[in-house]
Design a protein around this ligand. Sequence first.
Ligand code: FES
Length: 138
Amino acid sequence: MPKVTFIFRDGSQRSVEFEHGKLPYLEHGLPESFLDVAMNTGIHLEHACGGSCACTTCHVIVREGMQNLSDMEDNEADRLDTAWDLTTSSRLGCQAVIKGDVVVELPLYTRNYVQEGGAIQLGKPETPPTKDESEIRS
Ligand code: FES
């Protein structure tokens, strides 16, 4: 039963375990990817494109267990090239499928091409705009 530890931006951590083949698939990212596991366990992982490898908001940095992940496909590598703060341990949370114990850190910044046209965002970009901001955008 793989154990997945998420290290959040504030330094706090949460570990979850799942049994292969038992997670209900929520159609976000590849089955048993970081995004799939996060969504099934109530962990917030940004995923602006719905897990279709079209943004980099699900960027995670693998701190332990890289060997316990699926190999990176070309489309993930191409998309990751556009991620903010790319490291040699970076993966897309919606594309990396978990096969064993892993520890990942959520980067401090994400670049959200879907919502902001490539802008870099700090913290929690999912915060809904205030009424005044909504009026400005419309
Ligand atoms: S959620 Fe967009 S690439 Fe993973």
